[in-house]
Design a protein around this ligand. Structure first.
Ligand code: NAG
Ligand code: NAG
Ligand code: NAG
Length: 217
């Protein structure tokens, strides 16, 4: 009797949990900036420690175009993040091999009122993008969630990225990344592991600020 009751209560508790998860997922789809999305970021986020050199080692997206492009060129992207104290933004220079040559893009991210959440706009796609540092230990890995809304179509895309301070990644970190991907209802089978083609040195200089993202849609 008592056991049955407990089982019932557990079931209720579980369905309450799935309701909450659904609520959260809906919020993500709607890309509302609510108190729920704010809990997505690393506790006590420290922007200064997050700056510097990273490598994008793994990525998955709900956008088929993005995945198609990425699969064609699954190469590690070197990232250099720089923040000038007193400015409400930081820059990211992304360097990678594309089509046989070394390409560089430059993006300005605005800080938001919530630590670990950034904003940038991609002109080419008319997309507003919020980035969240979901988990990081600063000196090894960072798990990034990007929520993009294309203004003309209203299309919404989720991108989950794994940054590493080195070009490789420990299995335990990769397992945690897969769990995060599944939390966002994507299959971990779709995760693209970027390959190490060595450091590349761009031929041309960065031509000033634009808001391109490193991979075309
Ligand atoms: C960065 O933020 C500062 C103010 O904090 C602003 O003056 C500057 O124009 C911004 N830079 C860019 C590239 O948006
Ligand atoms: C890559 O190179 C091929 C052949 O040189 C060319 O046809 C294609 O348009 C290039 N793609 C991009 C994205 O530059
Ligand atoms: C927007 O999403 C719809 C449905 O997934 C798709 O058919 C359409 O091609 C997308 N538009 C763009 C510009 O990606």
């Amino acid at each position: 009797m008592v056991r049955k009751h407990t089982a019932y209560r557990m079931k209720r508790a579980l369905s309450l949990v799935s309701l909450l998860v659904l609520g959260l997922a809906w919020t993500l789809q709607g890309i509302h900036i609510s108190s729920e999305t704010l809990t997505l970021t690393q506790d006590g986020f420290d922007l200064g420690r997050f700056m510097g050199q990273w490598y994008e080692v793994a990525v998955v997206s709900t956008c088929p175009h993005y995945m198609q492009n990425k699969r064609r060129n699954p190469v590690i992207v070197a990232l250099e993040l720089q923040h000038v104290a007193s400015e409400h933004n930081f820059t990211m220079t992304a360097t990678t091999y594309r089509n046989g040559s070394c390409k560089q893009t430059f993006t300005v991210y605005s800080l938001t009122d919530h630590p670990g959440r950034f904003f940038h706009h991609v002109d080419r796609l008319g997309a507003d993008v919020y980035s969240y540092v979901v988990h990081t230990n600063y000196d090894q890995y960072a798990m990034m969630l990007l929520l993009s809304t294309e203004k003309p179509t209203g299309n919404k895309t989720i991108i989950v990225r794994l940054y590493s301070r080195t070009m490789d990644v420990r299995p335990v970190v990769l397992d945690n990344f897969k769990a995060l991907v599944k939390e966002h209802r994507m299959s971990d089978d779709n995760i693209i592991m970027n390959q190490n083609k060595g450091e590349c040195v761009p031929h041309q200089q960065v031509t000033g600020p634009n808001t391109q993202i490193s991979v075309p849609k």
